[in-house]
Design a protein around this ligand. Structure first.
Ligand SMILES: C[S@@+](CC[C@H](N)C(=O)[O-])C[C@H]1O[C@@H](n2cnc3c(N)ncnc32)[C@H](O)[C@@H]1O
Length: 327
């Protein structure tokens, strides 16, 4: 009770109204629709089990996957000794990304079932259906150990996945190869910021961008690079940790604010930069050039979601931009 009184006392009338309205509005996508989509996605994902491996035995596959978990190898990421202390725990120690039932064994991921759940959220909330993914060129941004890449491939997309952490890009590549998806998907050890070149311009129908924007030092630049990578008519799907306010605000954590875990176990989470409200994400997307933008707060998940389209190759304001010659 005291907590509620103190919250009211410390809020402006506008914030109180916003909180009441949020309590009264429906909680996210219609549950039944979302559940049906998630079930369908789960079924499609279930093809990635050991009986369907190609060119590798189930034993070899299992041994390789399991051997990587917990490996501490900062040097393979190229960190110098003086910067080692400042790196994200999960970039130093191999941590499995998405839950995966391989049939003969299961991997529990730090990301849980996000690869299924967030795709179901996007499809339940925004004008994007199974058809949108089928035969589309999709840029999968920050794929961790590849759960998102695999689900996109299961939807019939041609996937170009990027992941800045080499150990995860290697694992995701291994999965792609082991399930003989090389003609349909590739995983590349790249940062978004490496994708500002001719090779990426106007290439993709969809940019799939969940779980990454709040980790970035320069979210507007990243959105611009992703905007440039889309064909005209292409769409972006964004999901982010967020803050719940009507105001266009971001919370700045920085890379020295952690949540759970300990330094000794290298299992701390966090390493967030700008954590946006829905209207802040809307403004960032508009700044990058997107139109038809929808952003929203999903109560059940307490996360921010965004949808936008590249309607035309519009320019970007160069004042204050960190890469002045960006397209
Ligand atoms: C929270 S995980 C989200 C994984 C997945 N996209 C999902 O939605 O479940 C963030 C991933 O993005 C990667 N990442 C962070 N910054 C990146 C960047 N600038 N370029 C490419 N990948 C990045 C991280 O290494 C990590 O694997």
């Amino acid at each position: 009770m005291m907590k509620i009184f103190s919250k009211i006392y410390n809020s402006t009338p506008k914030q109180i109204l916003c909180a009441i309205r949020n309590k009264l509005t429906p909680r996210g996508p219609q549950t039944a629709v979302r559940r049906r989509i998630a079930e369908e996605l789960r079924t499609r994902f279930s093809v990635y089990q050991t009986p369907n491996l190609k060119g590798i035995s189930a034993e070899e596959f299992t041994q390789y996957v399991q051997s990587k978990v917990g490996t501490i190898d900062p040097h393979s990421e190229g960190y110098s000794p003086d910067e080692l202390d400042r790196q994200r725990d999960s970039s130093v120690k191999f941590t499995w990304g998405h839950n995966h039932d391989f049939g003969s064994f299961k991997m529990k991921g730090l990301m849980g079932d996000r690869h299924i759940g967030e795709m179901a959220n996007f499809m339940a909330m925004f004008p994007v259906s199974y058809d949108a993914f089928k035969n589309s060129n999709v840029l999968d941004v920050g794929c961790w150990t590849g759960g998102t890449t695999l689900i996109l491939a299961a939807l019939g997309s041609r996937v170009f996945a990027i992941e800045e952490v080499k150990k995860y890009a290697d694992m995701a590549s291994f999965l792609i190869e082991s399930f003989a998806l090389n003609d349909q998907a590739s995983v590349n050890c790249l940062s978004i910021y490496d994708c500002d070149s001719e090779k990426f311009f106007d290439k993709f129908d969809i940019v799939y961008f969940p779980g990454v924007i709040y980790h970035l030092s320069d979210p507007v630049l990243a959105l611009r690079i992703l905007f440039n990578s889309l064909k005209i008519g292409g769409i972006i799907l964004v999901e982010s940790e967020g803050i719940q306010t009507d105001e266009p605000l971001c919370r700045f954590d920085g890379t020295m604010i952690w949540k759970g875990g300990t330094k000794e176990n290298l299992d701390r989470t966090g390493w967030n930069c700008f954590v946006p409200s829905p209207s802040a994400l809307h403004r960032m997307m508009r700044e990058a050039g997107f139109e038809e933008i929808q952003t929203l707060w999903l109560h059940g998940r307490k996360r921010v979601y965004g949808y936008g389209r590249k309607v035309a190759s519009v320019g970007i304001c160069k004042a204050g931009l960190s890469v002045r010659n960006i397209r």
